[in-house]
Design a protein around this ligand. Structure first.
Ligand SMILES: [Zn+2]
Length: 88
């Protein structure tokens, strides 16, 4: 789990996510499933806690509070959906 503060902390993970090009599955708003390199699926949760954006992934990196590429895949979808929500 990590707190999302600015985009620079995501840069490396985003670059990796672009290389791997996996699929992201929408489960519900704020919860996504991302396919890992070995065909396994990780669950990512994007939520707000005390007005901070918190991202949780159940992979080893996520459990060690690192920014993983799965969470970046989920985040890009989540941010798009959140924008749509605000627009309507
Ligand atoms: Zn992860």
């Amino acid at each position: 789990m990590y707190i999302l503060k600015d985009k620079t902390q995501l840069e490396k993970a985003i670059a990796k996510a672009k290389k791997i090009r996996t699929s992201v599955k929408f489960i519900k708003f704020g919860v996504y499933s991302v396919r890992g390199t070995k065909g396994n699926f990780y669950t990512i949760e994007c939520k707000k806690v005390d007005n901070q954006k918190v991202v949780e992934c159940n992979c080893l990196g996520g459990l060690a509070n690192l920014v993983c590429w799965h969470s970046c895949c989920a985040l890009s979808l989540h941010i798009g959906l959140a924008r749509q929500r605000q627009a309507t």
